[in-house]
Design a protein around this ligand. Structure first.
Ligand code: ATP
Length: 743
C-alpha cells in the first residue's frame, strides 16, 4: 500500500515535470526563469521519491492507545481520508519513541517492530515487546535497540559507500541527532562510534525540523578529503535530502582548485593561527612610502610627492580600518588633497577661488603618471597576487614572518607558478577578508552590459515606432514602455539552487555547518569556517585521539574558546559499531600509549577472528604483502580489503599488489578507490573509511612517519569491520603486543 502511494506521487510529479517542460515555451527570460524553478522543484521531488525507494518503511510502533504508526524515510498521507498519516517520517517528533523507548521507559509503546525489506519484499520482521508485563518470557533486554537488524547491518560486507542507519539509530545517537540547532555542538567519540553517521542524520533532522530557515541559507558539510566525501555522498539523498553542499576545506574558495602538493611541515606552518598576522603584515608591506621624493609634472606644474605626504596619507588610510583595497580610496584622496594644497600654495592660494581648488584636484586625479605612482605605493591586490608574491620572494617572506626560523621560512618558499595547495586556501580566504573587494572591474563590466542592454532596448523601440508610424491613433509601444523598463525585463536571471549559489560565493554564510573529522582542521581553517557561519550553529564531530594532521588539534577547548568562549556543548559516543572486540583490544593499547587517560569505545561485536602479525624479510616486503592480500581477498569473498602503508611504501606496495590483483586501486582520487575489491592507501587517505579486512604494512614506519604517528597507527588499526593483519620487516612497536604472530 505504501509503495502504491509512493508510485502515485512519483507519477504525479513526473507528469507535472513533463507538462511544465512541454507547455511552457518561455517567451522571455522571466518566464524561462519561472519555468526553470518549477521544473527544478519537480525534478528534485522526483529524485527524492527515487532515493527513498529502498527501505521505504522500516518500522512500526504499536501504542498503548491502540494506535499503530508506521515509520519510514518520509511522510506519506492518505489524500482520500483527510490526509491521515500512512507513514511517519522518522524525524517527526511522534516517531522518536522508535529510537528511544525502552522496557524501563516505554513512552507509551507496547511493541516496536523492525521491518527489513529487500526491494519491495519484506525479508524479516523483528519485534520488541516493551510492555514488561506482556514481555514475560521474552528475551532479556539489552542496551541496544533493534539488535537483530543492527547486527545484520553491521555484519554485511562493505560496499565502499556509507549507508544510512535510519532503521537502527541507537539511543545515545538519537539524542545527538535531535539536539538543538543553536550553538556549537561537539561530538567526541572513538573510531566506529557512528560520528559520521550521526552527523549526517543530524543534518537530515535539522533540515526537516528547520526547513524554512535552512533552505534559504543552506547547509554545509565539510569532510577531510574528496574520497571521504564520495564515501558519504549517498547518505543524505537516501534520507530524502538533496541540496546540501559537501566540500573539503580546500574546495571552499570559489575558483581555486588546490591540487599543488607540499610537505606536511610546510602545511603545518601555514595552518598556524599566527599566519593571520603574517598575512596582515604581508599586506602592510605592500603599502609603501617612497625613499626619495617623487617629482611629477601635472598640467605643466611641478609637484613633489614626498615622504611626509605619503606617510600621513597612509596613516589616515590605515586608521580607517577598512580593508586594503577599500582603504586605497582614502590614501589616494589624502595624497591628492595634499598635492592640491601644494600646487595652490605655489600659485598663491589667496588668488584662488574655491572652484579653482576643485579644478586642481580634478587635474591631479586624472593625471596618469600620478595614478601610476599611487598604484605602486598602494597597489590594488588580489589574494592570489598577494600570496604568490609573498611565497616566491625571500625578502617579502622575511619581512612578513619575523617569528619564523630561517628553516621554516625556507619551507614556505616556492616558485610563483604551480597553483595552490590545500593549506593555501584558508590563507587566501584570510587575505580576501583583509584586502576587501576590488569590484571596480566587475562594476565596469556591469555598467558596460547595462549600456548595451539599454541601447538594444532603444533600438527595439525605434523599430516599433517606425512600424507604427502609419497609424497615429493607436497606442504606441513607447507610450507604455521606455528603454529602461524594456532592458529591465530582458535582464537574464539564472535559476540556481541554494547550494550552487553558496558554492560560487566566497562570502556566503550558511545556516548550519557540519564538520566531520574536525580534529584535522588547522587554526587557519577554523578561522575560515567560522566566517562561513556567523550564527555559530555548528555540529563538529571528531576524535582527538585520531588527529593525524600536524596542524590538527588535541583539544576542543583550544580550538573553540577563541570563537565562542566556553559556550559550546560536548556530547560523547561510547559504543563502537565497526571494530570487533578482538581488534579493539589491540588498538586500545595504542590508545593508551597516546594518552593513558583516553578510554577506548566498547565494541558491540565479536567475530572470533584474532588480529595477526607476520614478519617478513625487508627485501620481500612488497611481494609478501601482495600475496597476503590475495589470500585475504579470497577469505572475505564479496567484501573489501584495504592495504594501509606508510607514504614512502605506497607506490612499491601498490604496484606489487596490482601485479597480483589487477583490479586493485592505489592511492586517493580515482573513483575506483572506494569500490575496488582491494585498495592500497596511506593512513591519511583511509581516514573515516572502513573495509571488511585491513592489512597494515610496517607499523614502525607509520609510527616514525610523523609527530602524530601513534594516532595514525590507531586510525589504521580501527578501519576493519572483520579482520586485521599486520605485515612487518622491522620490529613491531611496543604497543602492538596484542597481535598473534603467524608464520
Ligand atoms: N546505529 C547504527 N546502526 C547501524 N550501523 C551503525 C550505527 N552506528 C554506526 N553504525 C555503523 O558503524 C560504522 C562506523 O560508523 P561511522 O563511520 O559513522 O563512525 P565514526 O565514529 O565516524 O568512525 P571514525 O572515527 O573511525 O571515522 C559505519 O559502518 C556505520 O554505518
Amino acid at each position: 500500500m505504501l509503495y502504491g502511494r509512493l508510485d502515485a506521487l512519483r507519477y504525479e510529479a513526473s507528469d507535472k515535470h513533463a507538462t511544465v517542460l512541454r507547455e511552457n515555451d518561455p517567451e522571455n527570460p522571466q518566464e524561462r526563469w519561472e519555468r526553470d524553478v518549477s521544473a527544478g522543484m519537480y525534478a528534485e521531488r522526483l529524485s527524492r521519491f527515487r532515493e527513498v525507494e529502498d527501505g521505504l518503511c522500516f518500522g512500526r510502533l504499536d501504542l498503548d492507545t491502540g494506535e499503530r504508526n508506521y515509520i519510514g524515510r518520509l511522510g506519506l498521507f492518505d489524500e482520500g481520508n483527510e490526509y491521515a498519516p500512512l507513514l511517519m517520517d522518522w524525524r517527526a517528533p511522534a516517531a522518536r519513541p522508535f529510537y528511544t523507548a525502552t522496557a524501563a521507559s516505554p513512552e507509551g509503546v507496547l511493541k516496536r517492530r523492525h521491518i527489513r525489506t529487500v526491494a519491495r519484499t519484506v525479508k524479516a520482521v523483528d519485534d520488541e515487546v516493551l510492555d514488561v508485563t506482556a514481555a514475560r518470557g521474552d528475551r532479556p533486554s539489552s542496551s541496544l535497540t533493534a539488535e537483530a537488524t543492527l547486527f545484520a547491518a553491521l555484519d554485511e560486507s562493505r560496499t565502499g559507500r556509507m549507508k544510512d542507519i535510519v532503521a537502527t539509530i541507537q539511543q545515545e545517537q538519537d539524542r545527538i541527532i535531535r539536539s538543538s540547532r543553536n550553538g556549537v555542538l561537539v561530538v567526541q567519540g572513538g573510531p566506529g562510534t557512528g560520528k559520521t553517521a550521526v552527523a549526517l542524520h543530524r543534518t537530515a533532522y535539522l533540515l526537516y525540523t528547520y526547513r524554512d530557515q535552512l533552505a534559504k541559507r543552506g547547509t554545509l558539510v565539510v569532510g577531510p578529503n574528496p574520497t571521504f566525501l564520495r564515501y558519504i555522498e549517498q547518505v543524505l539523498p537516501s534520507l530524502g535530502e538533496t541540496g546540501v553542499l559537501l566540500a573539503t576545506v580546500a574546495e571552499l574558495y570559489p575558483g581555486i582548485s588546490a591540487t599543488r602538493r607540499e610537505s606536511p611541515e610546510a602545511a603545518e606552518i601555514k595552518g598556524r593561527g599566527e599566519m593571520a598576522k603574517v598575512v596582515a603584515k604581508a599586506i602592510k608591506d605592500r603599502q609603501l612610502v617612497p625613499r626619495q621624493p617623487v617629482e611629477l609634472t601635472v598640467e605643466m606644474e611641478p609637484v613633489v610627492l614626498d615622504k611626509t605626504i605619503v606617510t600621513q596619507a597612509r596613516t589616515r588610510a590605515r586608521r580607517s580600518r577598512r580593508p586594503h583595497n577599500e582603504a586605497k580610496e582614502i590614501f589616494v584622496r589624502e595624497v591628492i588633497a595634499a598635492l592640491a594644497r601644494q600646487m595652490a600654495d605655489r600659485l598663491g592660494s589667496h588668488l584662488l577661488e574655491r572652484g579653482d581648488l576643485t579644478d586642481i584636484r580634478a587635474e591631479l586625479e586624472e593625471d596618469t603618471e600620478l595614478r601610476r605612482t599611487l598604484d605602486e605605493l598602494w597597489p590594488t591586490l588580489t589574494p592570489q597576487r598577494l600570496l604568490s608574491d609573498l611565497f616566491s620572494s625571500p625578502d617579502r617572506l622575511r619581512r612578513a614572518t619575523p617569528k619564523l626560523s630561517d628553516e621554516e621560512r625556507a619551507m614556505l618558499l616556492r616558485p610563483k607558478a604551480g597553483g595552490w595547495t590545500p593549506a593555501d586556501v584558508p590563507l587566501l580566504d584570510e587575505a580576501a577578508e583583509l584586502l576587501g573587494k576590488d569590484d571596480r572591474a566587475a562594476r565596469k563590466r556591469e555598467a558596460r552590459q547595462r549600456r548595451r542592454e539599454l541601447a538594444y532596448a532603444q533600438g527595439v523601440l525605434e523599430i516599433l515606432e517606425l512600424e507604427e508610424e502609419l497609424d497615429p491613433e493607436l497606442l504606441r509601444a513607447t507610450d507604455i514602455v521606455d528603454a529602461r523598463l524594456l532592458a529591465d525585463r530582458h535582464e537574464e536571471r539564472r535559476f540556481e539552487t541554494t547550494a550552487e549559489r553558496a558554492a560560487a560565493d566566497r562570502t556566503w554564510t550558511y545556516g548550519h555547518v557540519v564538520v566531520d573529522e574536525a580534529q584535522e582542521l588547522s587554526d587557519m581553517a577554523w578561522r575560515m569556517l567560522m566566517r562561513r557561519c556567523p550564527s555559530k550553529s555548528m555540529t563538529l564531530v571528531g576524535d582527538v585521539a585520531q588527529t593525524g594532521d600536524a596542524a590538527g588539534t588535541s583539544s576542543w577547548g583550544a580550538v573553540l574558546d577563541p570563537y565562542v568562549n566556553d559556550r559550546w556543548r560536548l556530547e560523547q559516543l561510547t559504543v563502537n559499531y565497526r571494530t570487533p572486540v578482538e581488534i579493539m583490544a589491540v588498538a586500545a593499547e595504542v590508545l593508551t600509549a597516546i594518552d593513558p587517560a583516553l578510554e577506548a569505545p566498547s565494541s558491540v561485536r565479536e567475530t572470533g577472528s584474532h588480529p595477526w602479525s607476520t614478519r617478513v624479510p625487508g627485501a620481500e616486503l612488497a611481494e609478501r604483502v601482495a600475496a597476503l592480500t590475495a589470500a585475504q581477498v579470497e577469505e572475505v569473498g564479496d567484501g573489501l580489503v584495504a592495504v594501509l602503508t606508510p607514504p614512502a611504501l605506497l607506490a612499491e606496495v601498490g604496484s606489487a599488489v596490482h601485479a597480483v590483483v589487477p583490479d586493485a586501486a592505489t592511492g586517493e582520487g580515482g573513483p575506483e578507490a572506494l569500490t575496488s575489491r582491494v585498495t592500497v592507501l596511506t593512513v591519511g587517505e583511509a581516514k573515516g573509511l572502513e573495509f571488511d579486512a585491513v592489512l597494515v604494512v610496517e607499523p614502525a614506519e607509520i609510527l616514525a612517519g610523523s609527530a602524530r604517528g601513534l594516532n595514525d597507527l590507531y586510525v589504521a588499526l580501527t578501519r576493519a569491520t572483520q579482520q586485521l593483519g599486520v605485515v612487518h620487516s622491522t620490529d613491531l612497536p611496543p604497543s602492538l603486543t596484542g597481535l598473534r604472530p603467524r608464520g
